[in-house]
Design a protein around this ligand. Structure first.
Ligand SMILES: *[C@@H]1O[C@H](CO)[C@@H](O)[C@H](O)[C@H]1NC(C)=O
Ligand SMILES: *[C@@H]1O[C@H](CO)[C@@H](O)[C@H](O)[C@H]1NC(C)=O
Ligand SMILES: *[C@@H]1O[C@H](CO)[C@@H](O)[C@H](O)[C@H]1NC(C)=O
Ligand SMILES: *[C@@H]1O[C@H](CO)[C@@H](O)[C@H](O)[C@H]1NC(C)=O
Length: 330
C-alpha cells in the first residue's frame, strides 16, 4: 500500500471545525544523537480522553507543515518500508468499528540531522454528532546536546555512529541488490514473452494434380503455398507442431469419381477429431473441416482416408483441395 497524498475530503477540510485533543502523536525518543540513535518511532493514535471520533476519515504524519510523509484512509492497512534501503517504515490501520484500534506508525531508522524538525499528526474525522472535524498534535524532534559527555562516552558514541553508518550503507546496498534482481527478473520475463511472441507456425498446401486416394492414406498436399516455421512436411503430408499452443486447422476437399463412400478424417495427435463424409457421386463432392486444438510440441496433424471397400475416388486438384493450419497463440 502506498502513501496517498490526495484525498477526496481535502476541499471540505478547509471548512473544518477543530475538535481539539482527539489525536495524540507520540515520538520516542523525542531527541536523538546524530548517527547514534537506532530508530525514532512516531505513533499517531486517536486520543480517547479528548473529543471522541465516530468515524476516522484520514490520519497522516507530516514534517514541518509540508507534504505528508505518510497517510492512511479507511479501509487501508499499511505495512511498508520506503526511502533509501527502507529507512522509513510505515505501519497503520484504521478501524471504524473500534476506533481505539486505529493507529499510524512511522519509524525513522538511523535518524540524522536531516530528520530534525516539527512533526505533525493530523486526524480528520466525524465526531459523535456527525460533524466533520480535524485535529492535530505536534512534537519537536531535536538533536541531543552531547556537551558534558565524558571522553569515553564520546568515543563510544563515535563507534556507534560508525556502526550505524555501516548499517545504513548495508541497507542501501540491500535495497540496490533487490532492485537489481527485480530489474533482471523483469527483463528475463520480457525476454520470455518476446520469445513466445516470435513463435510462428502457419502453413497452407494444395494438391499439384488429381490423385487417387485409398483407405489408410494420408493425403499428400504436395503444392505448398506457405510454410512459416517449417511445420508442414510435403513429403509425408504431416504437420508437426514446432511449439505448443492453440492452433486452428482447416481442410477443404473436393472428391469425385469412382464411387466414393466414406470419411475423410482430421487426425490430431493420434485422435480423429473431426471428419467429413463423401457419397457416391459422378461429380465432385465437396466438404470441409475446421478444428481448433491445443497442441503439444511435436504433435502430428494429418488428413487421413477411410472409405468403404471398393471405392476408389480421386481427390481433385486445381486448388479445390486445401489443408491449412496456423498457431493462434502459444
Ligand atoms: C539526551 O541527553 C540526555 C542527557 O543530556 C540523556 O539523558 C538522554 O538519554 C539523551 N537521549 C538520547 C536519545 O541519547
Ligand atoms: C476492528 O475492531 C473490531 C473490534 O475490536 C475487530 O473485531 C475487527 O476485527 C477489527 N477490524 C479490523 C479490520 O482489524
Ligand atoms: C520473478 O518474477 C516472477 C513473477 O512475478 C516470480 O514468480 C519469481 O519468483 C521472481 N523471481 C525472482 C528470482 O525474483
Ligand atoms: C518429411 O517426411 C519424409 C517422409 O516421411 C521423411 O523422410 C523426412 O525425414 C521428413 N522431413 C522432416 C524434415 O522431418
Amino acid at each position: 500500500m502506498q502513501t496517498k497524498v490526495a484525498n477526496a475530503w481535502a476541499p471540505l477540510l478547509a471548512l473544518l471545525v477543530y475538535g481539539g485533543g482527539a489525536v495524540h502523536l507520540d515520538v520516542v525518543p523525542s531527541d536523538f544523537l546524530d548517527g547514534v540513535t537506532d530508530a525514532i518511532v512516531m505513533t499517531c493514535l486517536p486520543d480517547g480522553t479528548g473529543v471522541k471520533a465516530r468515524q476516522i476519515l484520514l490520519m497522516e504524519i507530516s514534517k514541518d507543515a509540508e507534504t505528508p510523509i505518510v497517510n492512511i484512509q479507511p479501509p487501508d492497512k499499511l505495512n511498508y518500508a520506503h526511502g533509501d534501503g527502507g529507512l522509513f517504515q510505515a505501519q497503520g490501520a484504521i478501524n471504524n468499528t473500534d476506533i481505539a484500534e486505529s493507529y499510524l506508525t512511522l519509524t525513522i531508522r538511523y535518524p540524522s540531522s536531516d530528520n530534525v524538525g516539527i512533526y505533525t499528526c493530523v486526524m480528520s474525522y466525524l465526531d459523535e454528532t456527525g460533524l466533520l472535524k480535524q485535529d492535530r498534535d505536534m512534537v519537536r524532534l531535536s538533536l541531543n546536546a552531547t556537551n558534558g559527555a565524558s571522553l569515553d562516552d564520546k568515543v563510544s558514541n563515535l563507534q556507534k555512529s560508525v556502526d550505524n553508518l555501516l548499517e545504513r550503507v548495508k541497507a542501501v546496498e540491500r535495497s540496490n541488490q533487490q532492485m537489481l534482481l527485480s530489474v533482471r527478473n523483469q527483463s528475463d520475463q520480457l525476454e520470455a514473452v518476446k520469445e513466445k511472441m516470435s513463435l510462428t507456425a502457419a502453413f497452407s498446401a494444395t494438391l499439384r494434380e488429381e490423385k487417387n486416394i485409398v483407405t489408410g492414406d494420408t493425403i499428400l498436399f504436395n503444392d505448398v503455398m506457405l510454410n512459416e516455421g517449417q511445420g508442414y512436411n510435403q513429403s509425408s503430408g504431416i504437420f508437426t507442431a514446432p511449439s505448443a499452443g492453440l492452433y486452428v486447422f482447416h481442410v477443404v476437399l473436393e472428391i469425385g469419381y469412382g464411387g466414393a463412400v466414406g470419411e475423410i478424417l482430421l487426425n490430431v495427435a493420434g485422435a480423429n477429431l473431426a471428419k467429413m463424409y463423401t457419397q457416391d457421386r459422378d461429380f465432385g463432392d465437396q466438404g470441409s473441416i475446421s478444428v481448433v486444438a491445443r497442441l503439444k510440441k511435436s504433435d502430428a496433424v494429418k488428413v487421413v482416408v477411410n472409405l468403404a471397400s471398393g471405392s476408389n475416388p480421386k481427390a481433385l486438384s486445381e486448388r479445390l483441395c486445401v489443408f491449412s493450419g496456423i498457431l493462434v497463440r502459444p
